[in-house]
Design a protein around this ligand. Structure first.
Ligand SMILES: NC(=O)c1ccc[n+]([C@@H]2O[C@H](COP(=O)([O-])OP(=O)(O)OC[C@H]3O[C@@H](n4cnc5c(N)ncnc54)[C@H](O)[C@@H]3O)[C@@H](O)[C@H]2O)c1
Length: 339
């Protein structure tokens, strides 16, 4: 099995790559090493065994064509991306070139040189916009969408691209589906919300679980006395732990049942959590008292996003196995030992 992992030195990519290397697959990791932590992840991967690494920018059409033509992969995980909504607003050009043009280059390379590859694209819940049209109520710690007790399936809500990030990822998401429709390519789209786990180097703009754990450590050490959060802290996401994500991508690989389809993917309702609930959990586990103030909500932030994984369960018998409690304990350990 030959696998090309675009963005293979990122959080998702390095976990997928390490799994593939350990399975004895022929793995090619493509990355331009632009993300904080990507060089460390490359070094970490090298400790797992043999694989090819190419330092390529996905926005560079000639380089992308070459690597796809030369490797003819059975599977392509397309994860390389500009990942922060905030950065997309300050640098829409980088965001568009990376997310839309980069993804288009991959699709064109597959169409021309490797039409039998199965390409899986990691899209985002941001393709649905702020979901203002959905009735939402709130209790003391979280927002609730009473009409969607099992979460949102991909066919339950409408695409509504907002923010440059929503537009650039959304365009790529639709190109992936259309290249199946028009050119019969084997493409699949997974729309993710919040994932977390080892090899994730969180920042204030991306990876909120890891970021707040690192803030909790600063509270413990007395380095800070207050943090600011965007909105009122009742925003809810369903947390998907990295081992479940890896399991999903490899279960889907080469499986015709997922070709041409888009799925919402997350930890599901039972693994959902608001920022305030995360603070409560961390306060207890880490013996720390959070003090925080509220800032303006982020532009087009969803009050709640929880995936309904029913269609994936039907198609692949896949469902998240790691509970949020276990995943968060693992994440505390990872962040604590990360320099
Ligand atoms: N992590 C999440 O919770 C989450 C949620 C929704 C969607 N996603 C999507 O999943 C994908 C992977 O996310 P992640 O958390 O692993 O992100 P990440 O930032 O850790 O990994 C992305 C990798 O892509 C590389 N990269 C960036 N621009 C590149 C370019 N122009 N050419 C080549 N490589 C480039 C980076 O160096 C990095 O190693 C992203 O596309 C993201 O939009 C992630």
């Amino acid at each position: 099995m030959k696998i090309l992992i675009n963005g293979g030195c990122g959080f998702l990519g390095s976990n997928l790559a390490s799994y593939g290397i350990q399975k004895g697959f022929q793995v090619t990791v493509l990355d331009n090493l632009s993300r904080i932590g990507s060089k460390e992840n490359l070094k970490w991967l090298q400790s797992y065994g043999k694989f090819d690494f190419v330092n390529i920018d996905v926005a560079d059409e000639a380089d992308v064509f070459d690597i796809v033509a030369n490797t003819q992969p059975d599977g392509i995980f397309h994860l390389a991306g500009q990942v922060a909504m905030t950065t997309s607003i300050t640098n829409p050009d980088l965001d568009f070139r990376t997310n839309t043009i980069g993804s288009f280059n991959i699709l064109e390379a597959i169409r021309r040189f490797s039409p039998n590859s199965h390409a899986i694209f990691s899209s985002t819940n941001k393709v649905y916009g702020d979901l203002q049209e959905i009735e939402i109520i709130e209790n003391d710690t979280r927002y609730i969408a009473p009409g969607y007790c099992s979460g949102f399936g991909a066919n339950d809500i409408h695409l509504n691209f907002q923010s440059p990030y929503g537009c650039s990822k959304g365009a790529a998401d639709q190109y992936f589906l259309d290249y199946n429709r028009i050119y019969n390519l084997n493409t699949t789209v997974f729309r993710h919300s919040s994932m977390y786990g080892g090899r994730q180097f969180s920042t204030t703009d991306q990876g909120w679980i890891g970021w707040f754990i690192s803030e909790a450590i600063k509270f413990q050490k007395g380095e800070i006395s207050e943090i600011a959060i965007a909105g009122n802290g009742k925003q809810v996401r369903d947390l998907l732990y990295i081992s479940d994500m890896v399991d999903l991508y490899y279960s889907a690989l080469g499986n015709e049942i997922v070709y041409g389809k888009a799925f919402n993917v997350g930890g599901g309702n039972e693994n959902s959590m608001s920022i305030i609930e995360l603070f409560n959990f961390l306060s207890e586990k880490m013996n720390v008292e959070f003090r925080f103030k509220f800032n303006e909500s982020r532009i087009s932030d969803q009050k709640i996003f929880v995936s309904n994984n029913f269609e994936l369960e039907q198609a692949l018998n896949w469902f998240p196995k790691c509970t949020k409690e276990q995943g968060l304990e693992n994440m505390i350990e990872w962040v604590t030992k990360t320099p």
